[in-house]
Design a protein around this ligand. Sequence first.
Ligand code: 13P
Length: 252
Amino acid sequence: MRAPIIAGNWKMNPTTLDEAVALAHAVEAAARVAPSVTAVICPPTIWLADVQRAIGRDGISIGAQTMHFEERGAFTGETSPLMLDGLVQFVILGHSERRLYDGETDERVGRKVASAVAHGLRPIAAVGERAEERRAGETAAVIDRQVRAAVGGLDSLTRTGLVIAYEPVWAIGTGDAASAADAQEVCAQIRQILRAADADAADAIPIQYGGSVTAENAGELFSQPDIDGALVGGASLKPDQFAAILRAAARA
Ligand code: 13P
């Protein structure tokens, strides 16, 4: 009942427009191998309009990597949900790199998720524990706090388009992905928290895993009952690898 969603978070890559458009075209071509899977690319904000023009409206989906919750105002460097309207279908919110480097708090993530939904954008709300939190046995408590905060501004989860991405911080960019069993355990916990918030909607909400997802480990991750796709960093910049991850999702 949950179609997989594979989103590529390009982060601050590539650094030129020509490369961004070329990568979008290559990923779009690669995505044809798995038409049953929703493929999303999340380029840097500055390339969003050009990438959208390049791939057209019927191609793969596009997401932003962040946005502000306010529609307008004195927020230097920020992007309003009104500016993303018509440009993207998805927006990543609360990525751990923004929590770490840009002061993204649980409270702000909750406001952003509510704002995205109010503006018809599908939030990909990212949660995940840091290495020291995992070592201290705090994973479940961190996930509980972050997920509750992320959905706290929504009256209901029904027809919100919400996606949750579980990204353990220690697994991001390290080559050290969570084991499928560990990722499943946390994704099942996330599903329980969503059930407590909205029992009717929880089973329809896609939960992605992110953190060193590769063509090699994707299949086992996607075979888990509560993992409905991936938020992919490094491998999303390599169209062949992204295609292999899409194929793994189509098989699962
Ligand atoms: P990597 O796939 O490079 O580990 O990055 C994961 C990530 O942060 C996606 O948002």
